[in-house]
Design a protein around this ligand. Sequence first.
Ligand SMILES: C[S@@+](CC[C@H](N)C(=O)[O-])C[C@H]1O[C@@H](n2cnc3c(N)ncnc32)[C@H](O)[C@@H]1O
Length: 237
Amino acid sequence: MHIAQQKELENDMKKSSRNRLSKQQVELYKGTTLFDRIARAVCRADTLPRKELYEAWEMARRVRRRYRGGRILDFACGHGLLAHIMIILDDSSQMAIAVDKKIPDSAEKLSTALIDTWPRLKNRIIYKQKDIQTIEVQSGDIVVSAHACGSLTDLVLEKAIKKQARVAVLPCCHNVNKSATNQLEGWMDKTLAVDAVRAFKLKSSGYKIVTQKIPSDITPKNRLLMGEYIRSGSEII
Ligand SMILES: C[S@@+](CC[C@H](N)C(=O)[O-])C[C@H]1O[C@@H](n2cnc3c(N)ncnc32)[C@H](O)[C@@H]1O
């Protein structure tokens, strides 16, 4: 094998690879774990970058360890894999709504491949091509959002807080002109300041928060912020 081919293969194998998972890669996921089954379905769909499989899986399993049931709102869903995995991991959620202002054409292919493997998902994942601003959150919902760009993550948090719904965000690119840093940038990286302010905002809105990271070999944008409303008037930090 040529060095260039070897390099390409190595890149393909990285969890952070943006290369599309294709039918040829089904054999990479031969195992019997739930993750392997999901990965094989994603490969069969032939539509999603490898990185997005790992991001959605790592986020969903951490969220589901803490928050069960509820309607799932997957905001800025892209292909909507996160919404599907949230239901696969906890069947007590009746429904997931996957919202994006531009749902990719191939989202349906992905959904069909997952429903072929888990027929119980049929009619339970609803895609809505809308601005998240127009979607009403209910208090029993779990709002999830992976890589809602810039200040869109702030909007996701705001909408969840308004209804005291459970929420989990994995912020991506930060718009430090739009998102508050509360002048913390003298001590820390600006993007960390933005996420720290988001965490404190949730906490001061009565939420019990959890801060974690998904593995950095998947994405450097790996800070996961989760919150569950526990009381009004919690202490302000
Ligand atoms: C970086 S992608 C993330 C997609 C997916 N969650 C993922 O992790 O792969 C950000 C998505 O946000 C969507 N988006 C941006 N502004 C939006 C808005 N106001 N309402 C709904 N979706 C929006 C874009 O269309 C895009 O699909």
